[in-house]
Ligand binder design. Structure first.
Ligand SMILES: [Fe+2]
Ligand SMILES: [Fe+2]
Length: 173
């Protein structure tokens, strides 16, 4: 192999960088899995007239978030990483635990927005790490981030029914 050629594997980067990308993808993967757990629970538990729309919206998003987890797992594999099993899972999403009051729709709306914000922030981080290093992971993260922005906006529109001012502030960043 001539001196100018480098061993590339799936991407042009040193191994430390690849490991960093795999680590951050794995974090996103766990966030998606935890979101699936909490969206399932809340899409079933919530009760009352105002809960109907939220239940349906959460039920729809479950498939989207599960799809994200699967695509992240696939990318981890392509980069030479190992997709972890459940024993490595650590729960973090306090804001979106099923409320004791099953009609407390507002706390779930706020919790979902917080979860989506967390996912958006984590994808932004990956997008930056991947710049000029791993275009395919960057592209995937941009696409998934756009999905999360859509979910976030949807729940801000639900928030508007409870608190117009808070929703307005959130919508404009
Ligand atoms: Fe997601
Ligand atoms: Fe989402």
């Amino acid at each position: 192999m001539p001196q100018t050629m480098t061993k590339t594997g799936p991407l042009q980067a040193d191994q430390a960088k690849v490991k960093e990308i795999i680590r951050e993808l794995t974090r996103s993967y766990w966030m998606e899995i935890e979101t699936v757990q909490n969206y399932i629970a809340n899409s079933v538990n919530l009760e009352g007239i105002r809960a109907k729309e939220i239940r349906e919206s959460l039920a729809e998003d479950i498939d989207s978030e599960l799809g994200h987890a699967r695509r992240l797992a696939d990318r981890i594999h392509v980069l030479g990483g190992i997709v972890p099993g459940s024993l490595e899972f650590k729960a973090e999403q306090r804001a979106i635990q099923p409320p004791k009051d099953t009609t407390d729709v507002l706390s779930i709306i706020r919790g979902v927005i917080e979860a989506e914000d967390g996912a958006i922030e984590q994808y932004s981080k990956i997008i930056e790490i991947c710049d000029h290093v791993d275009w395919a992971t960057q592209d995937l993260s941009i696409e998934l981030m756009a999905d999360e922005q859509g979910h976030r906006r949807e729940f801000i529109s639900y928030l508007a029914e409870f608190d117009r001012e808070e929703a307005r502030k959130m919508a404009t960043g």
